[in-house]
Ligand binder design. Sequence first.
Ligand SMILES: [Zn+2]
Length: 132
Amino acid sequence: MGTLMDAYEILKDLIKEAKRLKNLEMISLSMDVQEKIFEFKEELESVKDENRELKKQLELIKNPSISEDDIKYYPAGFFTLNSKGNKLPYCSACWKAKRIQIPLSRQFKSWDYKCSSCQSKIIVLDEKDREI
Ligand SMILES: [Zn+2]
């Protein structure tokens, strides 16, 4: 950001000089450049935010919160954790894509579940029926 602020300071000097010389064309062009600098600064901020988010996701992929050995996948699109007695169903899609552990929420029927993150609708049968 330092270089961008340096450019902005130089531009401010240029505008001051243009005003002193009463050069309207130079003032107008300088104002256009100033606007472009502000737009560039906004774009840079958005790229930085995106980069921060991607770094966070990469960290989760490199250091997953749970081990694959502990996971039991089911064809319906959910998984359970052996260490937790395979009770709570989690969204397989969110785990595979983003390495985030989203417990599924039960809807109106006992077998009807939904992921609150990716909105997947998943059928979770009774524990004894989960085996294939
Ligand atoms: Zn999901």
